[in-house]
Design a protein around this ligand. Structure first.
Ligand code: G6P
Length: 734
């Protein structure tokens, strides 16, 4: 429409100009014709004048005036007298006036019938001027033509306008269809969640890309914003569950159960296993309630469950449900000892132990993953529970749950490191493992470095779309967010710390139990009895320390807690035997009556006993050869409310990225570790306080509720986005 108006306005401005122009062209044309007529008449008029034949002149003029455009002709004498004229010659027009008009810029005479052009042409004979011919040309035809042109132009503009309106309607129809389809696609999340499946129409592409990137930026900002503001604690986690997750059901899946019921001569006892996973997830579960599905591994486990294999825990508090899954020794051999601990564990840890892959173990691993996945489906009260999958025992489970509960929010956390693509490529079932994990909505690792390794591994092994900027992987119909969530511990509550014995009391009890004299320096190591923990390297460092500083012999003691683990595997048995031998050797070398430099306590210690030991020690040594995070160092820091004690920490533990005030060592470098030990036992109290205070601030702030809170908050965003999309789709369908 605006275009049409513009065209019409332009036409109205242009028409008078065109009229003037055509008038000039015609005037020039008529002038030429006038000259021709005058030339043709000159000789005859001269003859007739000489012969005095006025009638002959009149006849000549009358014949000439028959030309279609000529209105009249007059013949003026040299003196300016009108001698002859044809009938149409205006009575009032005299020769002089005609001459003046003819010499003007626009030689026009306006009469009632329209404009007349006045032309004056000299009549010469043999070089002698004998008079002038006045030719009057009718110009009314120009007006007629101009009107015709105007009409044609208006009709033309009308036709163009109609054609354009029609074309615009067709284009708008097509575009609108495309836009609506595109916007719907975006709202459905096709452009965001499944960029491969959705191709935005070309005209929508810039908008779609912009919208998508803005949404992502907002989500990224939101993720970062869940940073270091308000402290995370059980209440905040609970309120997040109630508000952002609307109290949706939380299901945890792990191999190791948080409470193991065991038969003893004194009846059934409950034990909490030595597992970083359990240490971290248990307080979260107590805050969230819900159901924890795990392998029932205790010999008294069956005796305490209900008919659905469930038992309320913690014992005596009933804060959440533990659903036990039964596994035969044969199945455990293939799934747990075989594929998980002889295959994946050494594959993911750079501890120079060869992974072993057996087809039969793989088969068991798949079966048990399916069994746990079925249990998740059975425990789900609705179609979209929040499923928190824990660790390398369940790489296949996310996709298995996704197949049965497509709307579930699956968060998988990998508690151990993720290797580089070359190392991972030796696994015969690498693609299946990656496909299984990518059934998750969120896949968490402790560090950005492990996220990067995982993304590169997927890039090498699967046809997936990776968006580095947003750290997402789209594989087939699913999108997975790959994010780092450094795991931690629950910071002890005031109520709990009040129940602790003082540091002096703890020290006294531990020292007397171990037969140490009060002035002795005590270093401790607390680990599962695992080859990844660097226990051998630590012992070598202790030996080197005593070698180098003989004055410490008799005044320094190292206690290693080694919780029994996986000892039916050859690799572990050999390693554990070796540790016993080396301990023996060191004790033989430096021990004496009443002095044992190394105490190897290869048995289970409960949380209370460990806390007492942490509070009693001068130095805590964590020398993992490779560790996802390591929570022992964080427990040590949390136990030291006296702000004393030194942490020696391996740079190959994820915790080293957060705990910079520790003495960071390369555990393979025996001398360096020995030096750090020496520095630790001799560190002035003021320096200890400064370091420990900073470490405590970090662990307190970056606690396990923050770990879970960030993951659940990200899950809440995903669920909210999905709900909004579902509502928009419903609305569109109406
Ligand atoms: C590591 C793993 C956990 C495991 C723990 C104890 O921390 O990441 O998944 O529970 O070791 O090992 P275990 O084989 O005894 O469960």
């Amino acid at each position: 429409m605006p275009l049409l108006l513009t065209l019409t306005a332009a036409a109205y401005i242009a028409l008078p100009l065109m009229d003037r122009l055509t008038l000039r062209w015609f005037a020039r044309d008529l002038n030429m014709r006038g000259s021709l007529v005058a030339n043709a008449l000159t000789e005859s008029i001269d003859d007739a004048l000489q012969q005095g034949r006025d009638s002959r002149i009149q006849a000549l003029l009358n014949r000439a005036v028959q030309d279609e455009r000529l209105v009249a002709i007059g013949l003026c004498s040299e003196e300016g007298q009108l001698m002859q004229h044809t009938t149409g010659f205006p009575k009032t027009l005299e020769c002089k006036e005609a001459q003046q008009i003819a010499e003007a810029r626009d030689p026009l005479l306006h009469v009632s019938g329209g404009a007349i052009q006045v032309g004056l042409y000299p009549v010469d004979s043999q070089g002698r001027h004998i008079g002038n011919l006045i030719l009057l040309h009718d110009l009314s035809f120009i007006d007629r033509r101009s009107q015709d042109t105007r009409q044609y132009l208006i009709i033309l503009i009308g036709v163009i306008g109609l054609a354009m309106a029609l074309i615009t309607m067709i284009v708008a129809q097509v575009s609108w269809h495309g836009w609506v389809k595109g916007v719907r696609g975006i709202l459905r999340g096709e452009g965001l969640l499944r960029p491969m499946a959705y191709e935005a129409p070309p005209e929508l592409a810039p908008l779609a890309a912009d919208l998508r990137s803005r949404l992502r930026d907002l989500e990224d900002q939101y993720r970062r914003a869940l940073g270091s503001e308000e402290e995370w604690n059980p209440d905040r986690l609970r309120s997040l569950l109630q508000s952002q997750l609307r109290g949706d059901q939380v299901i945890v899946v792990s191999n190791r159960e948080p409470y193991i019921h065991k038969n003893t001569p004194n009846g059934v006892v409950v034990e909490q296993p030595a597992s970083g996973l359990v240490t971290a997830v248990e307080p979260v579960m107590r805050a969230c309630s819900g159901t924890w599905i795990a392998h029932g591994s205790g010999d008294a486990d069956r005796s305490v469950v209900d008919s659905h294999d469930r038992v309320s825990v913690p014992p005596g508090h009933a804060e959440y449900l533990l659903r036990r899954i039964w596994i035969t020794p044969e199945e455990e051999k293939g799934y747990y000892y075989g594929f998980a601990n002889e295959g994946l564990w050494p594959l993911c840890h750079v501890a120079h132990v060869r992974p072993v892959f057996r087809e039969s173990d793989w088969k068991r691993y798949r079966e048990i993953n399916q069994r746990f996945a079925d249990a998740v489906v059975a425990e789900a009260r609705g179609e979209d529970p929040i499923v928190l999958v824990q660790d390398y025992h369940f790489a296949l489970l996310p996709a298995m749950v996704r197949a049965q509960l497509p709307r579930a929010t699956i968060i998988t956390f990998w508690h151990i490191p993720w290797p580089n693509p070359e190392s991972f490529s030796i696994c015969p079932w690498r693609q299946e493992l990656l496909q299984g994990m990518l059934g998750s909505n969120i896949l968490g690792f402790h560090t950005r470095f492990h996220c990067k390794n995982f993304i590169e591994t997927v890039d090498r092994n699967l046809e997936a779309r990776i968006e580095h900027e947003h750290s997402t992987i789209s594989y087939q119909a699913d999108e997975t967010l790959i994010e780092s969530y450094p795991i931690s511990i629950a910071w002890p509550s005031a109520e709990e710390t009040r129940s602790w014995l003082t540091v002096a009391e703890c020290r006294e009890r531990v020292f007397s139990r171990l037969g140490l004299t009060p002035k002795m320096k005590l270093a401790i190591g607390v680990d599962r009895f695992d080859y990844t923990k660097g226990i051998l390297e630590r012992l070598h460092a202790v030996e080197h320390l005593l070698d180098r500083h003989p004055d410490l012999v008799g005044s320094f003691c190292f206690v290693q807690i080694a919780a029994p683990t996986r000892s039916s595997l050859d690799e572990y048995r050999v390693f554990q035997d070796r540790i016993h031998q080396v301990t023996q050797r060191i004790n033989d070398r430096f021990g004496r009556e009443g002095y044992q430099p190394v105490h190897l306590l290869a048995k289970h210690h409960d949380h209370h006993a460990l806390n007492e030991l942490y509070r009693a020690a001068d130095v805590c040594v964590v020398t993992s050869l490779h560790d996802g995070m390591n929570l022992v160092c964080k427990e040590f820091v949390a136990a030291r409310d006296d702000e004393q004690g030194v942490l020696v920490l391996s740079r190959f533990a994820g915790a080293a990225r957060e705990l910079g005030e520790a003495l960071i060592v390369n555990p393979y470098h025996v001398e360096e570790t020995a030096d750090a030990l020496y520095r630790g036992i001799n560190m002035p109290p003021a320096e200890q306080r400064e370091r420990m205070a900073n470490l405590r601030m970090t662990v307190r702030e970056f606690n396990v509720f923050r770990w879970a809170g960030r993951m659940l908050a990200h899950a809440a965003r995903l669920r909210l986005r999905r709900r909004v999309e579902a509502r928009v789709q419903l609305h569109q369908a109406d």
